[in-house]
Design a binder for this molecule. Structure first.
Ligand code: 0X9
Ligand code: ZN
Length: 405
């Protein structure tokens, strides 16, 4: 009896110690032994977050949040500490109180890139970057990869997604939305938001291109707020190619111009621009491409191929399903009303666009999303609409990921 009491006391003390030490580490990853189906059921029924889609026999990794140590203990299963997970907001604390300003003001290119570098430096295990090329004026074009840390351990390539920011210089809400996707992905991968269990698996890698048109974006800050194109010197005093008319699918067709002075100048040939061929070459290195979203403004549209013709794309049915799901998800989470449709039909015909090329080559989900508003302010969207636009864009993105298994 005494022996039993002693053993209980030791266990209780150990439990208290374990609970206290877990609480102090904030978010942690633990590996739980799951010897049989009864144990598996206990773990399934607990409210601990999982690192996988479901409990597996043998061992299962769980996410233990601050103050959740007792839940681990209550399982009555052997477990061991694997690693502590960084605080999802550490990056903004590190950068000072202003780091969240991207929610309320527009960032110039240096600030945008500093934002991503800050995330990468704080969370090197889940954020990487690669240079996908250089702009016409020699500025680096970056892609940042956000991925669950575990996908380094699995042999199969993750589902890859590409988010394109700022192809049109003056559409400042596009890079602003991409920054928010980056921030939310970090949050999602670091913490167990069970709603996103799909995204917590090892199966997705999201590539965000903060600005595919850095020269144009800079120019829209320094010289001309309404600049759209890149900054190619076309000669004769004219500058710029409309990058969203420079892709190879139906290049040169209706809804693009051969006049260098035009806002929709398609360039001298398909992929004549380093920004577009950089994106092309980069996408072609990615296995298992699931989707691309090219973020634009304005009009509040979710558009799928084709853009160059009003004939429906061969996969119109599932493009529509995903597009409608994005629209519904935005609305269901308090966002604005977006109209979903085939680009050429819902908006206008445009040839040589990113989404037609992407769909044509990869037969993957491919969208242009025209963010807020519907015309009151247009490209110069007031700063108090940045946050709600970012929030609804996140919900469109989540829906798209859930629809593309
Ligand atoms: O014209 C464009 O490139 C896009 N609109 S924007 O006002 N952001 O310039 C729309 C391209 C989407 N596709 C079709 N219109 N078909
Ligand atoms: Zn645009």
């Amino acid at each position: 009896m005494l022996h039993r009491i002693c053993r209980f006391a030791v266990l209780a003390a150990l439990a208290a110690f374990a609970a206290a030490s877990i609480a102090q580490t904030g978010w942690s990853r633990y590996r739980v032994s799951v010897p049989n189906t009864r144990a598996a059921q206990r773990l399934t029924d607990s409210s601990l977050g999982l690192f996988s889609e479901q409990v597996t026999l043998g061992v299962t990794d769980v996410i233990v949040g601050p103050g959740e140590g007792y839940k681990l203990w209550q399982l009555g299963l052997p477990y061991r500490f694997v690693s502590s997970l960084p605080d999802a907001d550490a990056w903004s604390k590190q950068a000072g109180a202003d780091a969240d300003d991207y929610r309320n003001e527009y960032f110039n290119l240096d600030e945008v890139l500093a934002f991503y570098e800050n995330l990468r430096n704080t969370y090197p295990s889940i954020v990487e970057r690669v240079q996908i090329g250089s702009s016409r004026n020699g500025e680096a074009i970056w892609a940042y990869r956000f991925f669950n840390q575990r996908d380094r351990e699995v042999p199969t390539p993750p589902r890859n997604y590409v988010m394109v920011g700022g192809i049109h210089a003056r559409e400042w809400i596009s890079p602003a939305v991409c920054m928010h996707l980056a921030h939310k992905l970090v949050d999602t991968f670091l913490q167990s938001e069970t709603l996103f269990s799909e995204m917590l698996t090892d199966k997705i890698g999201v590539w965000i291109i903060p600005s595919i048109n850095p020269d144009g974006y800079r120019y829209s800050w320094t010289n001309d707020r309404y600049w759209r194109k890149n900054r190619r010197n076309n000669g004769g005093g004219s500058y710029g190619v409309d990058l969203n008319r420079n892709f190879a699918k139906a290049w040169g067709g209706a809804g693009s111009s051969g006049n260098p002075g035009s806002e929709t100048y398609r360039g001298p040939s398909a992929f004549s621009e380093p920004e577009t061929y950089g994106l092309r070459d980069f996408c072609q290195t990615l296995p298992n491409l699931k989707a691309m979203i090219d973020w634009h403004s304005y009009g509040q549209y979710i558009l799928w191929p084709w853009s160059y013709t009003t004939t429906p794309a061969p996969d119109d049915a599932w493009l529509r399903t995903i597009g409608n799901a994005m629209r519904d998800s935005m609305l269901a989470h308090g966002g604005a009303t977006y109209e979903a449709g085939q680009g050429s039909v819902t908006l206008y015909i445009a040839s040589g666009t990113s989404k037609d090329w992407f769909y044509d080559v990869f037969r993957a989900a491919s969208y242009t999303i025209e963010l807020r508003d519907t015309g009151q302010y247009g490209f110069v969207l007031p700063t108090n609409q940045i946050t709600p636009t970012q929030d609804e864009a996140w919900w469109a993105f989540v829906a798209m990921v859930l629809q593309t298994p």
